[in-house]
Design a protein around this ligand. Structure first.
Ligand code: NAD
Ligand code: WQD
Length: 337
């Protein structure tokens, strides 16, 4: 059988690059679309180095309808994994139109180009942020969606558009993956999370403190109703997330319709527990100060993972210590190369 070709949008990014590794290792042919607005082409070179495989890269923007049509006209695409988006919550509050344009209009552009090319299988990067406030943990996929910032709204809207599309035409296969908190890096240390500027997310902040690029971690709130007072999240290894995409793709090849799945571990970890696990994994101490809460943060949430276990045959494998060890290896090696 001919290998299937998958278009990965945002394939040079943090999660996309790890998914590319898993797809290539599983024998898929790839095309990658990225405008490198939040990533470097070097990450794709490293994906090739890790897998010893090659693929086409399109330096193109989701907002450019012609570029998308040309891409689908130039090569046969069997399915799309759609990572490309803007993802900084704070920035989305300041620049909502930029977020709606890339994450919603960009997704519509992609879906229109797919429709024209008769390509009707897509795995979409959604987020646990779609559950918003007032839902008790563990989060279930059928909870009401209730985004509380423009970034979250773009994900709720894109999910809605995809559900309406599946309802309009039974040919579509749509998988919505709601990631919890991806951290860690590829065990090679070559690819990982490399945000530009001061990190918003906790793990790249911790690794920057561990290597001395930042002086100390500010822990946002020590007075939550949690075991040690700090915020609790469901941290999941990025390689487990990447493997979840393989499982979702296989599901999309076998099922039509639209289905949402949580990708998490099902376990909550507090900020202090994460800091202590990182100290153990790296042998470095992480100076920290407990400061006031960050606006918009929830105290605690984690995933119910039964639906993904049952229907995708997928389960996260990596421990918190592995996530920390791999994040630290990337900080020491890949971050600087
Ligand atoms: P990332 O920023 O590292 O990767 C996104 C990639 O998309 C980048 O390479 C960027 O250059 C590209 N891109 C952005 N705008 C584009 C455009 N207009 N045209 C073409 N390419 C464009 O982010 P990530 O952490 O890898 O996230 C991937 C996806 O997962 C996003 O959709 C994000 O919203 C979602 N997500 C991420 C997290 C997380 O914590 N990292 C959690 C939940 C959901
Ligand atoms: C984790 C915990 C913070 C930084 C965000 C998005 C979400 C999703 C994943 C895309 C919280 C605490 C953090 C710091 C800290 N992204 N923290 N000091 O906020 O759970 O989720 O990324 O979809 O939509 O909102 O992740 O890594 O920012 O924070 O104490 O310097 O670490 O308060 O408890 P978050 P995070």
């Amino acid at each position: 059988m001919m290998p299937k070709t998958v278009l990965v949008t945002g394939g040079a990014g943090y999660i996309g690059s790890h998914a590319c590794v898993e797809l290539l290792n599983a024998g898929y042919e790839l095309s990658v679309l990225d405008n490198f607005s939040n990533s470097e082409p070097e990450m794709l070179t490293r994906v090739k180095q890790i897998t010893n495989r090659s693929f086409k890269t399109f330096n193109a923007d989701l907002r450019d309808e012609k570029a998308l049509n040309d891409l689908f006209a130039a090569s046969r695409i069997d399915a799309v994994i759609h990572f490309a988006a803007l993802k900084a919550v704070g920035e989305s509050v300041l620049h909502p139109l930029k977020y709606y344009e890339t994450n919603v209009t960009g997704t519509i552009n992609l879906l229109k180009a797919m429709q024209k090319a008769d390509c009707c299988k897509i795995v979409f990067s959604s987020s646990a942020t779609v559950y918003g406030l007032n839902n008790p943990s563990p989060y279930l996929e059928d909870y009401p969606l209730n985004a509380v910032n423009p970034y979250g709204s773009t994900k709720v809207m894109a999910e809605r558009i995809l559900l309406d599309l599946a309802a309009s035409d039974p040919m579509w296969s749509i998988v919505l993956l709601r990631y919890f908190n991806p951290i860690g890096a590829h065990p090679s240390g070559l690819i990982g999370e490399k945000p530009s500027g001061i990190p918003n997310n906790i793990m790249p902040y911790i690794t920057a403190v561990a290597s001395g690029r930042l002086p100390e971690l500010k822990i946002f709130g020590g007075d939550y109703q949690t075991a040690d007072g700090t915020g609790v999240r469901d941290y999941i290894h990025v390689v487990d997330i990447a493997k979840g995409h393989l499982a979702a793709l296989e599901y999309a090849f076998l099922h039509t319709g639209a289905e949402a799945f949580n990708l998490g571990t099902g376990k909550g970890t507090s900020v202090l527990e994460l800091v202590h696990a990182f100290e153990k994994a790296s042998g470095r101490s992480i100076p920290y100060k407990i400061t006031s809460r960050r606006q918009g943060d929830l105290a605690a949430y984690y995933a119910d993972t039964n639906k993904a276990n049952l229907h995708l045959g997928w389960q996260a494998q990596h421990s918190l210590i592995n996530m920390c060890k791999d994040a630290w290896r990337f900080e020491q090696l890949g971050h600087w190369l």
